[in-house]
Design a binder for this molecule. Structure first.
Ligand code: GRF
Length: 195
């Protein structure tokens, strides 16, 4: 079977990317990460990519805080296209996706978010859940559209909020669920009708 060619975008430590890469290495996922792109020069996700001998590219974001400058996003699109990427995987990518990328990859960009969307979109969703006093939160994999954490939901995992939880313990529990569900969703797409 042809491997699904992935392009991964991330701004942080890259644990979700590593979970996907490990699933590939263990033969559980017929995919190949063609390149990893970050808007943060020293991001752990770029080091992780290099350790897996995957191409790692830093793209300077430009003058905005919440999105890439249009020229920077065009550069991302060019890098993805040149690498033959079929599916764009956002893994801890902290900026909004705008037209150049949305138009280049319609219905082919996915994201993981640390809450049961539509609850708690936006930043630090696990802290929002803690502050709201809910008994249960989780994570969501969804297609990316113009909104913030609003695209069609593909899969969710539930995670309990336990007595005595701190932001750190709750996020860590959510991340365990993320590392299961994200490779699983990519696997489903790799064997699904998109191919
Ligand atoms: C995850 O909690 C993810 O849901 C959110 O950002 C975090 C990224 O973590 N979008 P990592 O960089 O994959 O470790």
């Amino acid at each position: 079977m042809e491997k699904l060619r992935l392009g991964v975008l991330g701004s942080g430590k890259g644990s979700n990317y590593r979970a996907i890469q490990e699933a590939i290495l263990h033969g559980e996922l017929a995919a190949e990460a063609r390149l990893v792109i970050s808007d943060v020069e020293g991001a752990g996700i770029l080091d992780a990519a290099r350790r897996y001998a995957v191409r790692a590219e830093y793209v300077a974001p430009g003058r905005f805080r919440t999105k890439l400058e249009p020229e920077a996003e065009e550069r991302v699109v060019n890098l993805l296209r040149e690498a033959g990427v079929e599916l764009v995987v956002l893994a801890g990518y902290m900026r909004m996706i705008k037209e150049p990328l949305l138009e280049a990859y319609p219905g082919r960009i996915i994201n993981i978010h640390p809450s049961l969307l539509p609850a708690f979109p936006g930043l630090d969703a696990w802290k929002q859940a803690l502050a709201a006093g809910v008994a249960e939160t989780g994570c969501t994999v969804h297609y990316v559209d113009r909104g913030m954490d609003t695209g069609p939901i593909i899969a969710q995992r539930r995670v309990p909020v336990l007595p005595g939880d701190t932001a750190e313990t709750l996020h860590a529990r959510i991340q365990v669920a993320e590392h299961e569900v994200y490779p699983e969703v990519v696997r489903r797409i790799a064997v699904g009708p998109m191919r």
